[in-house]
Design a protein around this ligand. Structure first.
Ligand code: SF4
Ligand code: MG
Length: 308
């Protein structure tokens, strides 16, 4: 499929400074450190990892909310062809605006439509996300968390984007609502022919939603592949640890916690060699010294680890 969004060698370093009047840079937090991927037409790419792995910073760079320190992002089409849905709908919806205007706002900015056309589109979008025209005159605080996420999705879809960045879209919702929103997103993907880049820390979410999965650890992608292949033949010790942590004896996805041994090392001065080596049960002598290369295990399935 056609490549709609491409990130190449993406890096984001934040300076660590010392001193109040004359601040001196004493180090760099390497939040994202050389990440490359493609989002293709009609597909969903998931980026999964623990908090602090750089997945949200990656999303912010794609949305131009953060400037990359290095690397390139290429989009197919207009800037408005990439929209976003965030974890907390309150942070992305202005509480003093009516739903009608909130959904129409990206259209006002990006499209040249008449009032009538915009109204018609808002009506259609509300229906498509499982709400009705009645809801158009209400304010966001009058909705439940799940409904507000439906509104955020309608707003993102209003300009008919080609890609939507979904940053933890269901993490803040009750378990019972999560499946509804995930199914809605899947249905809308078909109807609007939109691609998703899904940022998540729940493996269950990416497994259900994604065609491709990238596993991130300390600013880097350590394993990448087609979802089914990756879940069947998880190869990187970090991916395996994530999967073991999501115990099958606890099918409730809320139970899914990332219980890994050892602390997540700081992205400030990350470990030498393989960044996972201080926590890896398979660590070898060379792991603390040499950076592992990318090895292809199966078509499209790649891993960065000295075991392969
Ligand atoms: Fe573990 Fe070594 Fe592989 Fe890193 S390279 S994941 S330390 S075995
Ligand atoms: Mg996050």
């Amino acid at each position: 499929n056609e490549v709609l969004l491409e990130a190449e060698g993406l890096k984001k370093y934040f300076p660590v400074t010392k001193g109040l009047l004359i601040s001196k840079v004493t180090g760099w937090i390497k939040a994202v450190d050389g990440v490359s991927f493609q989002v293709r037409a009609g597909e969903t790419l998931g980026i999964v990892g623990e908090s602090g792995c750089g997945k949200s910073t990656t999303a912010k760079m794609l949305l131009m909310l953060e400037e990359p320190t290095e690397g390139t992002i290429r989009y197919q089409g207009q800037r408005s062809s990439v929209q976003a849905v965030f974890q907390d709908p309150w942070s992305s919806l202005n509480p003093r605006m009516r739903v009608r205007d909130l959904i129409a706002e990206p259209m006002v900015i990006n499209l040249n439509l008449s009032r009538r056309e915009m109204q018609d589109r808002v009506t259609k979008l509300l229906g498509d996300v499982g709400l009705s025209n009645y809801h158009a005159n209400l304010y966001p605080h009058e909705f439940s968390g799940g409904q507000r996420q439906r509104l955020a999705i309608a707003r993102a879809l209003s300009v008919e984007p080609r890609v939507i960045v979904l940053d933890e879209p269901v993490s803040a919702l009750d378990v019972s609502i999560r499946a509804q929103i995930m199914n809605l997103l899947k249905d809308l993907q078909e109807e609007y022919n939109v691609s998703y880049l899904l940022i998540a820390h729940h493996l269950a979410t990416v497994r259900y939603m994604c065609d491709w999965v990238a596993v991130m650890y300390l600013g880097q992608i350590v394993e990448f592949g087609p979802t089914k292949e990756l879940f069947q033949n998880a190869s990187h010790p970090y991916t395996k640890a994530l999967m073991n942590a999501a115990l099958p004896s606890h099918p409730d996805i809320e139970q899914e916690e990332m219980i890994l041994t050892g602390e997540v090392p700081s992205p400030l001065n990350p470990p030498e060699g393989c960044r996972f080596h201080p926590r890896c049960p398979f660590v070898m002598e060379r792991c603390s010294r040499d950076i592992p290369e990318v090895t292809e295990l199966a078509p499209g399935h790649v891993v960065s680890c000295h075991l392969y």
